[in-house]
Design a protein around this ligand. Sequence first.
Ligand SMILES: CC(=O)SCCNC(=O)CCNC(=O)[C@H](O)C(C)(C)COP(=O)(O)OP(=O)(O)OC[C@H]1O[C@@H](n2cnc3c(N)ncnc32)[C@H](O)[C@@H]1OP(=O)(O)O
Ligand SMILES: O=CC(=O)O
Ligand SMILES: [Mg+2]
Length: 573
Amino acid sequence: MMGVGTYGYTAPATSKSGGGAAGYDVPEGVEIRGRFDEEFAKILTKEALEFVVELQREFRNRIKYALECRKEAKRRYNEGAVPGFDPATKFIRETNWVCAPVPPAVADRRVEITGPVERKMIINALNSGAKVFMADFEDALSPTWENLMRGQVNLKDAVDGSITFHDKARNRVYKLNDKNTAKLFVRPRGWHLPEAHILIDGEPATGCLVDFGLYFFHNYAAFRQTQGAGFGPFFYLPKMENSREAKIWNCVFERAEKKAGIERGSIRATVLIETLPAVFQMDEILHELRDHSVGLNCGRWDYIFSYVKTFQGHPDRLLPDRFLVGMTQNFMRNYSDLLIRTCHRRGVHAMGGMAAQIPIRDDPAANEAALDLVRKDKLREVKAGHDGTWAAHPGLIPACMEVFTNNMGSNTPNQIQSMRREDASSITEEDLLERPRGVRTLEGLRLNTRVGIQYLAAWLTGTGSVPLYNLMEDAATAEISRVQNWQWIKYGVELDGDGLGVRVGNELFGRVVEEEMQRIEREVGKEKFKKGMYKEACKLFTRQCTAQTLDDFLTLDAYNHIVMHHPRGSSRL
Ligand SMILES: CC(=O)SCCNC(=O)CCNC(=O)[C@H](O)C(C)(C)COP(=O)(O)OP(=O)(O)OC[C@H]1O[C@@H](n2cnc3c(N)ncnc32)[C@H](O)[C@@H]1OP(=O)(O)O
Ligand SMILES: O=CC(=O)O
Ligand SMILES: [Mg+2]
């Protein structure tokens, strides 16, 4: 196994890459270290790779610089600074300008389903009755070579309409409905994630440029004809911290449009505001992307994660138990209100986020209670002025649709003009940084540990979103568990919410890990426990929770464990 960032590799003279005689036909400077597969080769064509290489060579230095700037901002926050509005860009916030008009194909986005780029789920999602399907290379996907490449194959088949899936066990064939399928948005990985199976000039490619480049190259033409009514393709952009990162995406889009010979402004993207620094940059992000924007989205789970990460050096800003940090906390409500105001002022959608509840099949009362929580969350969103929301599961779509349609009206596709939220213009830096309220408990520490380890065990075996204790868990929610544990251990927090009054330290955490591992083994069964990656997950999770310095991302270290280089022998799996 080779660690990320440890490559000292020189590209071979041969243009075949990927192991064996039947390697991929690659442009100069490229080596594919992922498994060769005939299907993958239809995605990894020389022309498609040339496009990815073009993007990588043109933008790699700017990406490196943007990531350096993140480090510099972290250093300042760790020394006691807090994020705030940038005085240098006041004119962008205070002048009147609007983004390009919303493409008619995506004017109505009242319910969007999300899910990994898995074949059956793509078909189910497109058929689900949702207006949009966000196909995910990010929070919901474990970025193994197989998942990424199959994901690209699946999306290509979905865009050209030929996608089918045969569930042999149930003898059921899945195919797309003839009409009213959801509009496809694709979410590439964040800027920080490398793609270690594709080396360009001896360095791992940037993960999101691979996801974007391959998808765009193969699908832009068909997409614009069948889905976008002349626009598209459409994207969701995750985890940005500053408008300079949005500017890079804008340049990537312009480059892609030029290459494809399509009109500037064809590609459209919704940016997730899911880091704390980004909430102070919403106008600036929209301004950079003003010809390519279709709004912003409240990525609430990563936002909570980012609150802890940003304030890792601030012991006066510790989070209460994870389940107490919801959208009704003041800092979360202010963030969503300001996002709505900002988007509507600039003429684009203000999308809501994901309620974590999913249907509970075997318990009707618990299922109704979960649905009720989802309805309440969606009601809050639509009344605040959001133009649409996310659903994690097809079973939630009718409830979400009903709430949005009843409160927004069926004749209006969105609330961009009708819910201006001028009142939110008075939201201040302090309002956005207000300390979350609530208690901390030993049960909170236990739950974080149990969930974090199980999620990571799934991720290491190729599954990026899982149901745990009747909630959807993905990379963003697992991050909250990890950083909250880290924060509590680092600052020796007193867990007083359950009257126990114990202090969190390495010793207590060690005991909790041991007991929770036993509980996980009881819950999943000895056989699955033995076959799974629970022990490896436990080791990784424990190391990260007890590290002296907080790791930036759970998935960066974990990624080293899913890299599978070919020919074999260089991976831990
Ligand atoms: C913080 C964020 O970034 S949120 C966005 C990222 N996260 C996500 O996208 C999570 C998406 N949701 C999921 O992955 C899944 O719903 C899970 C893992 C939470 C639960 O999945 P499961 O346990 O398989 O659900 P369940 O067994 O109830 O599924 C029933 C059916 O619905 C389908 N289904 C479930 N979720 C989805 C989905 N999001 N999209 C499409 N189909 C879905 C299943 O494939 C299954 O289909 P079938 O009956 O044809 O076999
Ligand atoms: O991506 C969404 C989030 O909540 O995080
Ligand atoms: Mg997220």
